[in-house]
Design a protein around this ligand. Structure first.
Ligand code: NDP
Ligand code: 2IT
Length: 448
């Protein structure tokens, strides 16, 4: 960055921090995008005059509401919930719902903001949004989760619609929660519509949506390695998380001949020196998806559980953070670099801190940002919307072929926009490619 660009960035960020105090995650996500796009943006008079950067960082609206529900023992509980409808320039608002005790407005604004550019990169007509609640589904009974979902949808239904805003899953929201939410939407609206994605396969869900984020992340990683004359074959991969994204990333890695050597959760790390096998992964998947167990409960020969540890201390060729934001910091990055990591491919949203990103960049580690590498999930959500609109359903192979093509196209866009003196900066590439399309649409709409 030149001195002028740096001064402009500081000025812009000062204003943004003032307008959004205490929202550190949102500020972090905006600063990353602004850093990438400013060198281009500052040369575009029309965009500058239209204040596109100021406008794109302001959500269209944030809906905030109370969700009251009853426990099995008859106690009344109240949680906070939000829907951040960030930008619908490219299509109806689209993005997941997160249920986790750490959810607050800053977290949902960062996620909604990232979603605008991720959705733009998919090439599908989707705007950006995110929602969720500080409700903790852990330890709750099935009936409690159901009552909570019904209550949340009782407010949310008036703000969403198949051509307005189409929520989906994220942390703590999977097939079970989407089914409860969808059932309540239908009851309230008295009609069937493709208003949520990630639905069950028998009621409008798309083949491969469950697997899409993890598989897509591996397809992106494969493309990134191929671009650098490498392959996944035989590579050891440290994965964090053991939820939807992590489990299906591990599955596809095994299929590609790579070795997933770790999984994790918020309590600890599961390590398999020789790689987790297909059979072992199936056992873990059942424990997590059906019994809602913890990794500490996994008792499989050839694996070790280490409480309170993350995967970044384990020597690996590739790191795939698939749990949550800021889970990989500068110290973790330095350890990975020391241990010879060649690529980091993000399954989660913003899992890498700004300092860790800098360390990877300065040490020549390939780094795929989540908005590019985890876009497979929302892409197949977009395909679910198309199938619902056409009243048809595509086969697994058909959806998987489209997913592969979308991930390859995203990779190509990152390369085109991210090439700098012979090296590819995937973070810049994804940010610039995602931003340009939305900014151009906003400019065309005039002063709205
Ligand atoms: P899940 O709820 O299925 O799994 C989340 C996993 O991450 C769990 O293993 C969980 O451990 C761990 N985790 C969550 N919060 C923390 C934390 N604060 N510290 C340590 N570990 C944590 O969620 P997903 O797999 O769906 O989502 C994972 C990431 O991928 C998120 O960043 C999400 O935004 C992103 N993503 C998801 C997509 C999807 O389609 N599902 C699409 C694109 C991105 P524990 O059980 O102990 O909490
Ligand atoms: O972060 C994400 O892209 C998601 N949680 C998926 C969103 C979606 O609408 O499928």
């Amino acid at each position: 960055m030149t001195d002028t660009e740096q001064t402009e960035l500081r000025k812009f960020m000062r204003g943004l921090r003032k307008r959004n105090p205490y929202q550190s995650e949102f500020q972090q996500a905006v600063e990353e995008i602004a850093t990438s796009v400013l060198p281009w943006y500052l040369k575009q008079d029309a965009y500058l005059k239209a204040e596109i950067l100021e406008r794109i960082t302001e959500p269209d609206r944030v809906i905030s509401f109370r969700v009251t529900w009853e426990t099995d023992s008859g106690e009344i509980r109240a949680n906070r919930a939000w829907r951040v409808q960030f930008n619908n320039s490219l299509g109806p608002y689209k993005g997941g719902l997160r249920f986790h005790p750490d959810v607050n407005e800053s977290v949902l604004k960062f996620l909604g903001f990232e979603q605008i550019f991720k959705n733009s990169l998919t090439g599908l007509p989707m705007g950006g949004a995110k929602g969720g609640s500080n409700f903790n589904p852990k330890g709750k009974s099935e009936r409690e989760v159901m009552r909570f979902c019904y209550s949340l949808m009782t407010e949310l239904h008036r703000h969403i619609g198949e051509d307005t805003d189409v929520p989906a899953g994220d942390i703590g929201v999977g097939a079970r929660e989407i089914s409860f939410l969808f059932g309540q939407y239908m009851r309230l609206e008295n009609r069937w519509s493709g208003v949520l994605t990630g639905k069950g396969l028998s009621f409008g869900g798309s083949a491969v949506r469950t697997e899409a984020t993890g598989w897509g992340c591996v397809y992106f990683c494969e493309a990134m390695l191929k671009q650098h004359d490498q392959s996944l074959e035989g590579k050891s991969v440290a994965i964090s998380g053991s939820g939807n994204v992590a489990l299906y990333a591990a599955q596809k890695l095994i299929e590609k001949g790579a070795k997933p050597i770790t999984l994790s959760d918020s309590k600890g790390l599961l390590y398999a020196k020789d790689g987790i096998t297909e059979e072992q992964l199936e056992t873990i998947r059942k424990l997590k998806e059906q019994e809602r167990g913890r990794l500490a409960d996994v008792k499989i020969k050839g694996t070790q559980y280490h409480a309170s540890q993350n995967p970044w201390g384990v020597a690996c060729d590739v790191a795939m953070p698939c749990a949550t934001q800021n889970e990989l910091d500068e110290e973790d990055a330095k350890t990975l670099i020391k241990n010879g990591v060649i690529a980091v491919c993000e399954g989660a949203n913003m899992p890498t801190t700004a300092e860790a990103m800098k360390a990877f960049r300065e040490n020549g580690v390939l780094h795929a940002p989540g908005k590019a590498s985890n876009a497979g999930g929302v892409a197949v959500s977009g395909l679910e919307q198309s199938q619902n609109a056409m009243r048809i359903s595509w086969s697994r192979d058909e959806v998987d072929d489209r997913l592969k093509k979308i991930m390859q196209d995203i990779h190509t866009r990152c390369v085109e926009e991210g090439e700098q003196s012979g090296r590819i900066n995937y973070v810049n590439g994804a940010n610039i490619a995602g931003f340009k399309k939305v900014a151009t649409a906003m400019l065309a709409y005039g002063a709205i």
